[in-house]
Design a protein around this ligand. Structure first.
Ligand SMILES: Nc1nc2c(ncn2[C@@H]2O[C@H](COP(=O)(O)OP(=O)(O)OP(=O)(O)O)[C@@H](O)[C@H]2O)c(=O)[nH]1
Ligand SMILES: [Mg+2]
Length: 330
C-alpha cells in the first residue's frame, strides 16, 4: 500500500491499530504533495470521532536533562498498567538523521521493544508551525489507532515548547539538579507554561542537589504565581534512570488532568487549541502559497537585498510585498 492508498483502507487500518498503516498515514500527513495533503485532510476528518480520548502530555527540558530516559521509564510503567503509549517529538531545529533517531531509540531501549508503544521522531526540519502542525496531526492519528497516552517531547530551546504546550493537556518541564546557577538560566516563559516541574536525576550523589533545586523552583513559582486558578504548579524530584518517583510523577499528571477536567479547563483548553491550530495551519498555507507566487518570487530577492543592505526599511519592504498582491493599505 503506497501512502496514497485508498481512503477507506487507510481509515480502517488506522482504526484497527495496524502499525504499518499508521506509519503510512503519518507519512501521508507529513507529505507536502498537494494530492497527499488532500487525502490526509480527508483521513483526519474521517478519524475525528476516534480522536481526543488520550491523555496528552508535553515534556520539555534542555538537552541531556533526561527526556528520553524519562519517557522510557514512564512509558514502560504505563504499558505495564495496560496503556498504549505513543511518543512523538517536535524538533524543528535539527534535520534528524537516521543515526540520531536510532540513538533516541536506544535511549528508549525498553519502550522501543514494546508492542504497545509507538515511537515516531519529529517530522523533518521546516518552520516551527509546520513541524508542530504535522506532529499534532500525527497525535490524532495515534489516538485513532488506540494509543491512550501520547507523550510529546521537545528540546527546551526556541519556541517549540509553546507549540507543544498548545497540543497537550499537561505540560511537564524537566529540570536538572543544582540550584542557583541553573535557576538563573531558567526561562521565565517556560516555567509559566509548566503544569508540573520535575527535577530529574534525583539519585546517588545528586539527591541533595536535586532537592535543593526543587526548593528553589518552588520559591520561584510562588513568586510567579500559577498558570490557572484551580492548580498551583507542583515541583517534584525523581530519577528517570532508577525509576524512583516516576509513579508519583504520573500520579501528578493524572491529578492535574482530573482537576482541570472538573474545573472545565480541559475542554476549554482543547477548544482554544483547536482554533489556534486552525489559524496556524491557515497562516502556514497562505505564506507557502504566497511565496510560491511567480510575481513574488521574481521580486523577492531584490526586496530582500534592499532590506539586508539597509536601503529599504523592513516596514516598507513588507508593504512592497503586500503591494504585489494588491494590498495597498497593509
Ligand atoms: N544519574 C542519572 N542520569 C540520568 C538520569 N536520566 C538521564 N540520565 C543520563 O543523562 C544523559 C542524558 O539523558 P537523555 O535521556 O538522553 O536526555 P535527553 O533530555 O533525552 O537529551 P536530548 O535527547 O539530547 O535532548 C544520559 O547519559 C542518561 O543516562 C537520571 O535519572 N539519573
Ligand atoms: Mg532525547
Amino acid at each position: 500500500m503506497s501512502p496514497a492508498a485508498p481512503l477507506p483502507a487507510l481509515v480502517e487500518g488506522v482504526r484497527s491499530g495496524h502499525r504499518a498503516t499508521l506509519a503510512r498515514a503519518i507519512t501521508l500527513v507529513e507529505s507536502r504533495k498537494p494530492a497527499h495533503r488532500l487525502l490526509a485532510a480527508e483521513l483526519l476528518q474521517a478519524l475525528l470521532p476516534q480522536t481526543g480520548h488520550a491523555i496528552r502530555v508535553g515534556i520539555t527540558g534542555v538537552p541531556g536533562v533526561g527526556k528520553s530516559t524519562t519517557i522510557d521509564s514512564l512509558g514502560s510503567h504505563l504499558i505495564a498498567q495496560g496503556h498504549k503509549v505513543a511518543v512523538l517529538a517536535v524538533d524543528p531545529s535539527s534535520s534528524r538523521t537516521g543515526g540520531s533517531i536510532l540513538g533516541d531509540k536506544t535511549r528508549m531501549g525498553r519502550l522501543a521493544l514494546e508492542e504497545r508503544a509507538f515511537i515516531r521522531p519529529s517530522p523533518a526540519a521546516g518552520t516551527l508551525g509546520g513541524v508542530a502542525a504535522r506532529t499534532r496531526e500525527t497525535m490524532l492519528l495515534c489516538e485513532a489507532a488506540g494509543y491512550d497516552v501520547v507523550l510529546v517531547e521537545t528540546v527546551g530551546v526556541g519556541q517549540s515548547e509553546t507549540a507543544v504546550a498548545d497540543m497537550t493537556d499537561t505540560f511537564l518541564v524537566l529540570m536538572l539538579p543544582g540550584a542557583g546557577d541553573e535557576l538563573q538560566g531558567i526561562k521565565k516563559g517556560i516555567i509559566e507554561l509548566a503544569d508540573i516541574v520535575a527535577v530529574n536525576k534525583a539519585d546517588g550523589a545528586n539527591l541533595a542537589r536535586a532537592r535543593a533545586a526543587a526548593g528553589e523552583y518552588r520559591g520561584a513559582l510562588h513568586v510567579l504565581g500559577g498558570r490557572e486558578s484551580f492548580w498551583s504548579t507542583p515541583v517534584l524530584t525523581y530519577s528517570g534512570l532508577t525509576g524512583e518517583g516516576v509513579e508519583a510523577l504520573w500520579a501528578k499528571v493524572l491529578e492535574h488532568r482530573n482537576r482541570s477536567e472538573a474545573a472545565g479547563a480541559l475542554s476549554a483548553r482543547r477548544s482554544a487549541q483547536q482554533v489556534k491550530w486552525m489559524w496556524t495551519l491557515f497562516d502556514e498555507r497562505v505564506r507557502e502559497r504566497m511565496r510560491a507566487e511567480p510575481a513574488l518570487r521574481a521580486r523577492l530577492p531584490s526586496i530582500e537585498h534592499a532590506v539586508a543592505a539597509g536601503s529599504l526599511s523592513p516596514t516598507l519592504g513588507a508593504a512592497k510585498i503586500a503591494d504585489l498582491f494588491g494590498w495597498k493599505d497593509l
